[in-house]
Design a protein around this ligand. Structure first.
Ligand SMILES: Cc1cc2nc3c(=O)[nH]c(=O)nc-3n(C[C@H](O)[C@H](O)[C@H](O)COP(=O)(O)OP(=O)(O)OC[C@H]3O[C@@H](n4cnc5c(N)ncnc54)[C@H](O)[C@@H]3O)c2cc1C
Length: 370
């Protein structure tokens, strides 16, 4: 019988909501909080690679994601006019809209009996060794056997328990993202390569929708005034004539439709726990998005953590086992993602073949058991 009977999960994003569900399935009482009120209603798309779908399947959540999103198994490269350059098989994946994924994960956690408190955070935490006492922002206090920091790349809880040296830093690229109706051509993971070395990527997020992204290099993080984002992305993609890209750009009428974000990365050294506080998801490892795997790693973390908790009696052993099973795998993904990011910064044209080869090789690695 595990010593972990009552868990607090801080953050109900991809990792936190999955952990809430997976731990409830393992018979643990779960209290999950998130600083933001409500369920996210806006957001771009996310690609659930084969290993992510496999991890969701291990806890019975793959089906609703596959039903809401769109499956694909092709990796296609086009030129900037939309002519197909090459097509490779990719491992079966699923694109889905982020708010839809959030809804599925949170509903599952609630349905399984997790308590979800929105608009709430931690004010103070005391790890006594045999339990953790927490004071919340609304003044309430409670005691838990384990606290899971699932509060993302800029985790305050990680800062508090692991120190500020694990904070993310800028990777030298920023990303522009926007949603669009899905043209027939976007039926897989698609990259549109321009002669000057730019790449626009896209994949379906449902039968009717897709999402596009463009990565931009810069030495310092760019500053993009919110009201200028749509004009700025048009300027950057001016050399593109591919109908799929032009049609998607045409429907961007409001700057708010464009989501801009500098890419910040971190990989916290193992072990990912101190006493009874454990890191999962971006709080532990925030890769660049080149391997479309950060969310997948967060989901795998949650599934493995619940497995370790259910297999071991001692909290310390469960956390040691979790960290041991997760660190090396996440490091490989963070390293590959950063290498892909560097290839684009160094010489995108020269490195295209190398990038595609590394992507496909790392996809294969992801198929290894967790
Ligand atoms: C451009 C881009 C594209 C990406 N594409 C993909 C992809 O295709 N596939 C993929 O698998 N991954 C992708 N990722 C990565 C993925 O989005 C992240 O890895 C994933 O969201 C991490 O999940 P998480 O639960 O750890 O953190 P988050 O999703 O960031 O969730 C953290 C939660 O914690 C809450 N929170 C924050 N601070 C506090 C606090 N103090 N108290 C309480 N709650 C708090 C937040 O409100 C949030 O709900 C992409 C990332 C980027 C930037």
């Amino acid at each position: 019988m595990s010593q972990v009977k009552r868990v607090l999960i801080v953050g109900s994003g991809i990792g936190g909501a999955t952990a809430a569900y997976a731990l409830r399935r393992a018979g643990v009482d779960v209290h999950c909080i998130d600083i933001k009120p409500g369920i996210p209603s806006a957001g771009s798309g996310i690609c659930l690679l084969h290993n992510t779908v496999r991890a969701l399947n291990m806890i019975g959540l793959a089906e609703p994601c596959l039903d809401s999103g769109m499956r694909f198994d092709a990796f296609r490269q086009f030129d900037s006019s939309g002519q197909l350059l090459r097509s490779d098989p990719a491992p079966p994946s699923c694109g889905i809209r982020r708010p839809e994924l959030a809804r599925i994960l949170e509903s599952a956690a609630l349905g399984a009996g997790a308590v979800l408190d929105k608009g709430l955070t931690i004010e103070h935490l005391d790890d006594h060794g045999d339990c953790v006492e927490v004071k919340f922002s609304d003044g309430r206090e409670a005691t838990y056997d384990l606290v899971v920091a699932a509060d993302g790349a800029y985790s305050k809880l990680r800062d508090q328990v692991f120190g500020a040296e694990c904070r993310p830093h800028f990777a030298g690229q920023s990303v522009w993202r926007f949603n669009a109706p899905r043209p027939a051509q976007i039926d897989g993971f698609c990259l549109y390569r321009s002669p000057s070395g730019k790449t626009v990527g896209s994949f379906p997020t449902s039968e009717d929708t897709c999402y596009l992204f463009y990565l931009e290099n810069s030495v310092e993080p760019l500053r993009v005034p919110e009201d200028q984002a749509s004009a700025m992305i048009r300027e950057r993609l001016a050399e593109y004539t591919a109908p799929a890209v032009l049609e998607a750009l045409d429907q961007v009428t409001d700057a708010k439709q464009v989501i801009f974000r500098p890419l910040d990365i971190t990989l916290v050294p193992a072990p990912w726990y101190r006493g009874r506080v454990v890191l999962i998801g971006d709080a532990a490892h925030s890769p660049t998005p080149h391997m479309t795997s950060g969310g997948g790693m967060a989901i795998e973390d949650a599934v493995v953590l619940a497995d370790c908790v259910s297999k071991t009696q001692s909290v310390n052993e469960a956390l040691a086992m979790y960290s041991e099973r997760r660190f090396e795998r996440c490091k490989i993904i963070c390293d590959a993602s950063l290498q892909l990011c560097r290839f684009e910064q160094e010489d995108p044209l020269k490195n295209r073949e190398k990038s595609a080869a590394l992507l496909l090789k790392t996809y294969q690695y992801l198929g290894q058991p967790i």
